[in-house]
Structure formats: C-alpha cells, structure tokens
Design a protein around this ligand. Structure first.
Ligand SMILES: *Cc1c(COP(=O)(O)O)cnc(C)c1O
Length: 371
C-alpha cells in the first residue's frame, strides 16, 4: 500500500508508550471488523499463539488479551491469580512496583511491600529473607524494567528465589517484553504482563498476560472483578476460538498483528533489542558530551528509557527545553523519580539511531534560553 498520502506525525515520541508507531501499523486500522466473525477471531487466535511462542521455547504458556491499558492487565492478573487467603510480596524500586502493591491493597489482598529505593535494583537475597520472614506469602510480583528510572531488575535471580520457596512468580514486563530477549521458563515466571503499545510497537487499547497453563487452570472463580476476570477472559478465548467477552478493541488488535509482523521482519526480538541498545548508547554518549548526567550507572541502565538529571545551569529550565524540542519534532518525558530532579528520554518505538543523532542536534540548540 502506498502510504505517502498520509501525513507524517508532527513529532516523534521519545516516551515509554504510547510511542511512535509506523505508518503501516496505523494504516492497518483503516477497516472495520466484526468481533464475532471468524475473520477477526482467527487474528486473535494467531496473535495468542505468536505471543506464547515469544514468551518461551517451551509450550507451557498461554496468552490472554485484556481490554484497557497495561495497568488493567496488572490488576486483572493480581486480582485473578491470587486466591482468597493468599498474600503478595512486592519488592519495589519505583512507581510501577508501588502500583502493583497498591492494586493488591485495593483488592484487600495482604501485601508485603519492600522499597529498595529508586536507584537500587531489587536484591534477590533480601527477597529470600523476606520470604523466610513471611511464610504466608503465596505470590511474588516484580517489575522487570522499572520505567520510572529505566532500571532493569534481576528477574531471573528473583525468580530462582521465588521458585525455590514454592511461590507463584509474576513479572511486570510491560516496558520490556518484545524489546529485550527473555524466556519465561528461564526466568521462572508463572505469569508475565505486557501491553500492545510498548516494545511491540502497536497502538494503545489492550494488554496481555502470558501464564503457565496450569496456573490459569487453577484460577476459576477467584477473580475480584467481573470485567477484569482473567480466567473468564482466557476461557472465552480458548473455547470461543479467539472471542473476547465484551467489546474487543478490533482496530487496535489488527494494528497489533501488523506490529508483530514488523517485529518479525526486523529480525525478531534480538534485532529489536540491538536497535534499542544502539539508540540508548547514542543517546547516553551524546547527552554526556553535552554535559547531561544519567541518574543510573550504565550497569543498571536498560535500553528502554533513560533518566537524566536536569542541569543546574541558570539558563536551563525543563519546560522551555521541552517546548523547544517539541517544536523541533521531538517529544521527551518529564521525570518520575522522587529522589532527584530528572527528565526521561525513551528509546523504544519507531525510532532509529539517526533519529537520536537529530535529537542530539536539537538538544544542543534547545538547552539554554540564551542558545
Ligand atoms: C507502562 C507501564 C505499565 C502500565 O501503564 P499503563 O499506563 O496502564 O499502560 C505498567 N508497568 C510498567 C513497568 C510500565 O512501563
């Protein structure tokens, strides 16, 4: 299809999602689908199979798609997997870990939340201690890439601790799945959550939970919400050949199928990971040359998003810097950490090292009032 008649976006999004998508992903939304027709349901079934294959080489995993943003999926997973009488341990180091704990408390699930601090990774040996001290814990939930800072948590090591203690292990891989190679079996994850509009580079509207089949089968009747009943949704998709229980985001799903094709055409997750890493390296090096420091040391930094400290220069302020970059075609992101004055630049989406080089030139021209 010739897409040149469609306008280009006025700016690229250097954000953690929704992010810049290709024109072909957006163009995939230019037709309507019937939610009950096999044409559409076969797309859903195919996507579920492809996601399960992406999650692991072993065939134990099953994908359930859920309407809403990523948080809806986290809430449906927590609210459905944890039975009455269960308890949740959340080792956290940022806003998304804290959100999981909050979801648990809202659902009246006993939650043990341990804050490791925004600039320290979750420590697996401390998780082992906490599990020893809290035998009532049944489930452990952790964030893979803590998008608050851009930190990568050691999910495989935490998984080994959780599994050694016989716990169900849930990983929020919202901002990393599809962009960083991972295998759920190697991580020990019983469930893993992500959404359409992050590294798979689709548009927002639904998320998905990948889980071991046995874990899903054990969840009948446990959900604390009707619309977020992950078990029921899974059953509807399994039995109905790709049907959703309620109105399905048809256009978003079709765009996601296109995004999955484009991920495969790029060379799969390994190739996308290499591109994101090249983006992040170009960004970190170029910003360092302009005098910006990163919040995190390189060893803890993910290729997904980078937090920079706002410079203390008298001619610098974030808001005008942001506006001037936007006028030049780049939208960056405010900071989210509480312990330091930061802003963030994302590396994911339809963004290439050449875009980062253009961004760096724009940053050079936009940093100071006097520039
Ligand atoms: C984006 C994100 C979420 C979900 O956020 P929504 O705004 O609900 O889509 C959850 N966890 C992490 C780590 C994220 O990056």
């Amino acid at each position: 299809m010739d897409l040149s008649c469609y306008p280009d976006n006025p700016y690229i999004l250097l954000t953690p999602g929704p992010l810049s998508t290709s024109k072909s992903v957006k163009a995939a939304m230019l037709r309507d689908w019937c939610t009950w027709d096999a044409d559409y349901n076969s797309i859903v079934t195919d996507l579920r199979e492809r996601l399960a294959k992406m999650a692991s080489d072993t065939p134990d995993y099953t994908a359930t798609l859920m309407q809403g943003s990523g948080t809806f999926c986290v809430e449906s997973c927590i609210g459905t997997l944890i039975p009455e009488g269960g308890a949740l341990l959340v080792p956290a180091n940022g806003a998304y870990g804290a959100r999981i704990a909050k979801i648990g408390r809202m659902l009246r699930i006993p939650v043990i939340e341990e804050d490791f601090g925004e600039t320290s990774p979750v420590d697996p040996s401390r998780v082992a201690e906490l599990l020893g001290a809290h035998p009532e814990v049944t489930h452990v939930a952790v964030v893979h890439c803590e998008t608050t800072t851009g930190m990568l948590n050691p999910v495989a090591e935490i998984g080994a601790v959780a599994k050694a203690a016989g716990k169900i292990y849930i990983v929020d891989a919202m901002s990393s799945f599809g962009g960083i190679p991972m295998d759920m079996a190697a991580i020990g994850a019983d469930a893993l959550i992500s959404s359409a509009n992050k590294c798979i580079q689709g548009v927002p509207g639904f998320g998905f939970v990948l889980a071991r089949r046995a874990v899903m089968e054990a969840c009948a009747g446990q959900a604390r919400s009707l619309s977020l009943d992950l078990y029921d949704q899974w059953q509807a998709m399994e039995r109905g050949g790709g049907k959703w229980r309620f109105t399905s985001p048809t256009h978003v799903v079709r765009a996601f199928a296109q995004a999955m094709d484009e991920l495969a055409a790029e060379g799969g997750v390994a190739a996308r990971f290499a591109r994101y890493r090249a983006n992040q390296a170009a960004l970190a090096d170029g910003m360092a040359a302009l005098g910006f420091s990163t919040l995190l040391p390189r060893s803890l930094q993910s290729p997904i998003i980078t937090s920079f400290l706002n410079p203390a220069h008298p001619d610098y302020a974030f808001k005008p810097f942001y506006e001037r970059l936007k006028a030049k075609g780049f939208v960056i992101y405010p900071g989210k950490v509480t312990s330091a004055d930061t802003f963030r630049i994302g590396n994911i989406g339809e963004v290439y090292p050449a875009d980062i080089e253009r961004l760096l030139a724009a940053v050079r021209q936009s940093m100071y009032w006097s520039a």
